[in-house]
Design a protein around this ligand. Structure first.
Ligand code: DAK
Length: 263
């Protein structure tokens, strides 16, 4: 697939998607959402890709939200199509079996903030501002923001952000637990890549198992989550990576994970 509104690149087994409409602060229009869907499908099909990083082009924005010009021109039908497209792509992002990390290099607003929330975790630059300003446009977050933000930071903080539409700084987002680290802008992507490289070196089976168990378990009761964990642990033990990891420890060497199953 050819991409116009995003840049898709690969480094080792790490995929990097850069939202690329810097003049519009990388706002999400329909074409960009289509391309994002295509890129996520491409990632899903490629077993060699171990980690996904998302970032924005330019130095001002990660993604400043859905394209307000496009939203304002929507009739009932096109609004529905736009909403379906957005929900579909966010569902695909959240459903990826590999880890997805957001490198939040500036404004992450509305749909942009919701992309961050659908990633597994995020680092941000000191200049980043995050928020769900939809209320100021007479709408509400529609890509899962009301649900994911409230689950992540608690209802009172989420309601304050969503009811006022106010943006918060990277420092505040760190305090709230929306992002894991704040970095100088020039260090952000390298630091995310460093973390991605560590993750990339881990066992494919155990990584997928850990992500799946955490994601499903967070929407289930503790007993169900623990049962899932036990089952996934057993599946990991049936894989070659478990033998390699434990042997490497005992032999005092670095493990080399290949991700196969024992015959
Ligand atoms: N859409 C379209 N264009 C945008 C944009 C956006 N979200 N954000 C910025 N731009 C454009 C500006 O119009 C401007 O274009 P030109 O005038 O140069 O042609 C250019 O990017 C540079 O922006 P500014 O000149 O405004 O730059 P400043 O530094 O002065 O301000 C800002 C930066 C981020 C504070 C400001 O641009 C801003 O407030 N932007 C809008 C942020 C926002 O409200 N975002 C939320 C969008 S609503 C749904 C699902 C999801 C959604 C809705 C429904 N369903 C499932 C139903 C999602 C909704 C949203 O995300």
């Amino acid at each position: 697939m050819k991409y116009e509104h995003l840049i898709f690149s690969m480094e080792d087994n790490i995929a990097l998607i850069t939202f690329n409409r810097p003049k519009k602060l990388n706002a999400l229009n329909s074409e960009l959402l289509d391309e994002f869907t295509g890129a996520l499908d491409q990632i899903k099909r490629d077993e060699n890709i171990r980690v996904l990083i998302l970032t924005g082009a330019g130095d001002k924005a990660f993604v400043a939200g859905a394209d307000i010009k496009e939203i304002s021109a929507c009739n009932t039908l096109s609004a529905r199509l736009f909403a379906e497209k957005g929900q579909h792509v966010i569902g695909k992002l959240q459903g990826l079996s590999i880890p997805a990390i957001a490198a939040v290099n500036g404004y992450a607003l509305g749909g942009g903030c919701e992309i961050v929330l659908a990633c597994d975790f995020a680092y941000a630059s000191e200049t980043a501002m995050l928020g769900l300003p939809e209320i100021t446009l007479g709408i509400i977050p529609g890509f899962g923001g009301t649900q994911r933000l409230a689950r992540l930071i608690g209802t009172a903080r989420a309601k304050e952000m969503i009811f006022t539409g106010n943006m918060i700084s990277a420092g505040k987002a760190l305090e709230y637990g929306i992002i894991n680290k704040v970095l100088a802008p020039e260090l952000l992507l390298d630091e995310v890549k460093k973390t991605a490289k560590i993750i990339e070196s881990m066992g494919k089976v155990s990584l997928r198992a850990a992500k799946e168990v955490i994601n499903i378990g967070m929407n289930a009761d503790l007993d169900t989550g623990l049962a899932l964990e036990a089952g996934a642990f057993a599946i990991c033990m049936a894989g070659e990576d478990a033998r390699e990891g434990t042997s490497a420890f005992l032999e005092k060497r670095k493990p080399v994970f290949k991700g196969g199953f024992r015959g």
